[in-house]
Design a protein around this ligand. Sequence first.
Ligand SMILES: [Zn+2]
Length: 333
Amino acid sequence: MKQECTTHHRHIQHLLNVITTNPDHLAIYTNGSSCTPHYRCKPHTGAAFLVTHLGKHIHNEARGLGPQATSFDAELFSAALAANRILDVLPTHVHRTTHIHYFIDNTAAIDKVYDMSKHPGQLNSILFHDATDKLLSTYPDISVTIHWCPSHKGIPGNEHVDQLAHAAVLLPHSIPSTITWLRSTAHRRTLQHWQQEWVSKNCINSSRYALTTLPTYTLHLVLQKFTETRHIQSHLLQCITGHAFMGKYYQRFIPNESPLCPCDNTTIQTRRHVLLHCPIHNHARSFLREASPSLQLSFILSTVKGWWALISFLKHSCAFIKQDGPQMVFDPG
Ligand SMILES: [Zn+2]
């Protein structure tokens, strides 16, 4: 990936050498920025574009998009604004321009800028598309190319338009909330609510013992690399959350079931008992000891190393499997 970026950077540098020396080429740099303009102020968004010919700045514009737009909106907006304004800028250069190059440093914006299908930035894509179509109809000998321009790599046009977009966050704005902003705000508020709920249920939530960090939208590291069966994954998550087939769970949710462990028919079958003490699973406990020699339950249930050990334990035992449900083929050796 790094090598690909370096190769592309060289390609862009070579292209810029051509563009800055050949009068047939026009370069348009676009950019969007989102930052907090003042202390205790919500992030604001700005968009800007810059047109250069033979390395000289010939036109630039900037707009403030206010606090209810994202940097993705600003990236697309700047491209749409540039595409519409270039129709006014071009007549003074039309006798020599045959190539127009857009330089955009946001790959998501590049993917969507000419995409007319439904997506959160569709309006700007349509504006860009229609203006570019009009340009190509008016000047059929001109070609338009969109390039990914690596940011903060010392490319003068990109650095300049970055400053313009950054300064544009202070400009007056009048656009309503964008779909992208509404989505990201709903996403953030839902997560905040979830985390507050998680903290407030500290006393009754048995999962808190195992899940020691706040909830996030990111899949747990172990589950990202999980290659075992769905069956094992279910038992892992049931064990972690305390909702596994065991006496302690039955005691609370299925009172008709016996809460006693079949190892002696007197011990309440808790998660701790099954994982650390039950003689039925002695043969598989070595996996847990490898991760935690002192069999520390909090370590087994709350760490990545502990989860991998727990997966091995579940694979090699019949722990947390419903007694009258489908049975795993189990051979203790
Ligand atoms: Zn037992």
